[in-house]
Ligand binder design. Sequence first.
Ligand code: PRP
Ligand code: MN
Ligand code: MG
Length: 188
Amino acid sequence: GSWYDADIDHVIISEAQIREKTAELAKQVSADYAGVTDGLLLVCVLKGAVMFMADFARALGRQGPPVELDFMAISSYGQGTTSSGVVRILKDLDRDIAGRHVVVVEDIVDSGLTLSWLLRYLESRSAASVEVVALFRKPDAVKVTVPVKYVGFDIPTEFVVGYGLDFGERYRELPYVGVLKPEVYARA
Ligand code: PRP
Ligand code: MN
Ligand code: MG
């Protein structure tokens, strides 16, 4: 095992499950946007979505349509385990999205606060369309209803780490998603 296995209480979603689901989601998006000739604009929500963006874009690349990648860094959690609801833009889009078909790539929808803020922001920039693909969703925790067209896994309302998801910036590099042992929080 790897160093991090010792900090994980149990795995929620395995590496193989993530790989399979990512291919499925890419297939759906590919079919839905087959007619988009000017290319799809994937907007990754850094930092959490970085792993999913890389794998999802490659899966999509096998089937088309052509994509462009852009990145936004926004943060609502800071160091804690619950959303503050206050969203800060740490890095904005590089290019104008007016008239573009945009797919927001997120790792997880928890309270929905980050996404509902982001969707309003992208719509105010006159995108032709905006949809969301999120690998994980916590259905019980939704405080704000956000339309997420493509969802990978519904997971329980527990704090999870791995595959981009962090606890105090750590554990993003885990290839799976899991729950930390209680003593890890006690140490922090
Ligand atoms: C996490 C996660 C989502 C968001 C979901 O990001 O990556 O972007 O929170 O939570 P919500 O639905 O309750 O808003 P975070 O703010 O921790 O920043 P990070 O991606 O850099 O870790
Ligand atoms: Mn995030
Ligand atoms: Mg975070």
